[in-house]
Design a protein around this ligand. Structure first.
Ligand SMILES: O=C(O)CCC(=O)C(=O)O
Ligand SMILES: [Fe+2]
Length: 259
């Protein structure tokens, strides 16, 4: 059976736990990037489910390797998604999150942004706030924030894929030119119970090793961030006893309906 090989090690997974994103610059072939040139804005389910997109993007070894590391075996591959396309100068969006990061510390969904063309600052890059993915927020409440120290503009080469934890704060940045800018968005989901089955050279479960405090985070919130990260790390390793037990006892709905 063909297997997807995980590409992240403990350090890579811990980095993701803290930042909420992995950026794979320029991994998709230019020949395929150009196939996105004529794509219409809005829903693009058929394009995403096509054999070419599936093979060249969704199952690309580097992309799928990160997904395999963070969502375990036999993850769900997206069969649909959305083309975020801007061609006119535009003020940009306000800060928002599209979804929630599960119940706060689990990792069950990765929302991905694929850029078939290079994105410069004038093109209105997506902006993300690393570390914001742990915080359950009201979209309207964060919409009025302006620049936040530590925000990142995803100015990237063509063929870049960014994998994010679903709750991460982001927005389309201000666009000052009229060069079309594309971002194709889709999500992978977990089916497997969490366990430490990414790239590991020992079976000993290492303690979470904290990452530096983010620019916009105060002392007290940084303590809370650390607790959330430790819980997420333990959860991913399958070492969060309570959650692990719940998964073990659960049954597929199809099994229940057919017995
Ligand atoms: O196009 C972008 O850069 C972001 C779009 C977005 O986040 C949205 O519409 O939900
Ligand atoms: Fe969004």
């Amino acid at each position: 059976m063909i297997q997807i090989r995980p590409t992240l090690d403990d350090d890579g997974v811990m980095d993701f736990v803290a930042s909420g994103l992995v950026v794979l610059e320029g991994v998709i072939d230019d020949e395929f990037n150009r196939r996105c040139d004529e794509l219409e804005r809005g829903n693009c389910d058929a394009f995403i489910a096509s054999a070419g997109f599936t093979r060249q993007v969704l199952l690309h070894p580097e992309v799928a390797g990160v997904v395999r590391s963070l969502l375990g075996e036999d993850f769900l591959v997206p069969r649909g998604g959305h083309h975020h396309y801007f061609a006119e100068p535009y003020l940009g969006q306000t800060w928002h999150s599209d979804g929630l990061s599960g119940s706060g510390y689990d990792v069950t969904e990765l929302q991905c942004y694929y850029y078939p063309h290079s994105v410069e600052i004038e093109d209105g890059p997506t902006m993300v706030l690393p570390g914001s993915h742990c915080r359950a927020v009201d979209r309207e409440a964060i919409a009025h924030y302006g620049d936040i120290s530590g925000q990142v503009s995803l100015t990237v080469p063509a063929g870049t894929v960014v994998l994010t934890r679903y709750g991460i704060w982001h927005k389309a940045g201000a666009k000052t030119n009229d060069r079309p800018r594309s971002m194709i968005k889709f999500s992978y989901h977990r089916t497997a119970a969490p366990r430490r089955d990414w790239l590991c050279d020992s079976s000993v479960h290492p303690a979470y090793s904290d990452r530096p405090r983010l620019d916009y985070v105060t002392e007290v919130e940084s303590y809370r961030d650390r607790v959330r990260r430790i819980r997420t790390w333990n959860w991913l390793c399958g070492a969060d006893g309570e959650v692990h037990l719940r998964w073990e006892q659960s049954q597929r709905v199809s099994e229940l309906l057919n017995t």
